[in-house]
Design a binder for this molecule. Structure first.
Ligand code: PMP
Length: 304
């Protein structure tokens, strides 16, 4: 269950958690017309700090641009709102959820007459796929569902409605006894998991699928690119088919909530215990987000 915090920032003010409500005829509730972000705040030697805040806010606005939603707040206002919320809730570490949602007004598909509600919530959230997943890796299933196609709903827009695709795949995987689903594109290329990007390691090279296979441009994925460069590991953005997952030396997932999570098996094909490259990247990631690396500086925004 969710650990409630004291406040949620909603439409320009901090409101008590339980009072952050919308009307039942909110457009986004009926048609999935919203854009969202997930960002983490970490404890550092200088107090709590938001990891890659500007990149997350930028992506929120890019998603809104694709959906033709004009947010009633500027980027700087949302940055300040995020910091104020973390301070007011007294978190040392937490997850931040930004949501801009087409609100209550006209009904019907046309969203143009409706206001846009904007909120930022925070709560304390541990390992997204569980502690055991971090230690031992997750068991993946290749979903029977295909990833949203770029000409159906663009997967690069982090919008609420398209998460139905993720929910279908996640439920199928969990009910079949797996931990997480990996989805293929319409043409059978590996895209990503229900809430994470995927990487394979082959002969010391990292490979992750491109946007045109239906992958989100993950901010954690881009962090991994930098960490790999730091460790002298080559990275390629390239298409993968499902058997590439079966034969990889190592497989891991990247996402804000999941951070770096090793993969133990795919469709019952063992990859094995988390491998040396995955472990190295996880260690460096942990140092970077907690302010213990020279790389930390450019990515952390202190809360106070
Ligand atoms: N793919 C999907 C479908 C996601 O929901 C997420 C989480 N935002 C990611 C990838 C990873 O993106 P990021 O590293 O920016 O959190």
């Amino acid at each position: 269950a969710l650990t409630e915090a004291e406040y949620i920032w909603m439409n320009g003010e901090l409101v008590p958690w339980g009072d952050a409500r919308v009307h039942v005829l909110t457009h986004g509730l009926h048609y999935g017309t919203g854009v969202l972000e997930g960002t983490r705040v970490y404890a550092t030697p200088d107090g709590p700090a938001v990891f890659r805040l500007d990149d997350h806010i930028d992506r929120l606005y890019r998603s809104a641009h694709i959906m033709r939603m004009r947010l009633p707040y500027g980027k700087e206002q949302l940055r300040q709102a995020s910091l104020e919320l973390v301070r007011s809730n007294g978190h040392q570490a937490c997850y931040l959820r930004h949501l801009a949602n087409v609100g209550y007004g006209a009904m019907g598909i046309d969203p143009r007459a409706n206001p846009i509600d904007v909120m930022v919530a925070s709560w304390e959230w541990g390992a997204y796929l569980g502690e055991e997943a971090v230690q031992r890796g997750v068991r993946l299933m290749v979903s029977s569902w295909r990833r949203n196609d770029a000409n159906v709903v663009p997967p690069v827009a982090k919008a609420t409605g398209p998460y139905l695709n993720s929910v279908l795949a996640k439920l199928e995987a969990l009910e079949a006894g797996f931990d997480e689903a990996v989805l293929l594109s319409g043409t059978g290329m590996v895209s990503e998991c229900s809430g994470e990007n995927i990487f394979v390691v082959v002969d010391g090279t990292l490979i992750t699928p491109p946007v045109n296979a239906g992958a989100l441009q993950g901010i954690t994925q881009s962090t991994v690119f930098t960490l790999a460069a730091e460790l002298g590991l080559p990275v390629r953005v390239d298409n993968l088919v499902r058997s590439d997952l079966y034969t990889a030396d190592e497989v891991f997932l990247s996402g804000t909530a999941a951070e770096l999570t090793p993969v133990r098996s795919i469709d019952h094909r063992e990859v094995g215990e988390p491998g040396p490259i995955t472990r190295q990247l996880m260690g460096l990631f942990d140092d970077v987000v907690h302010g213990r690396s020279p790389l930390s500086e450019k990515w952390l925004t202190r809360v106070s």
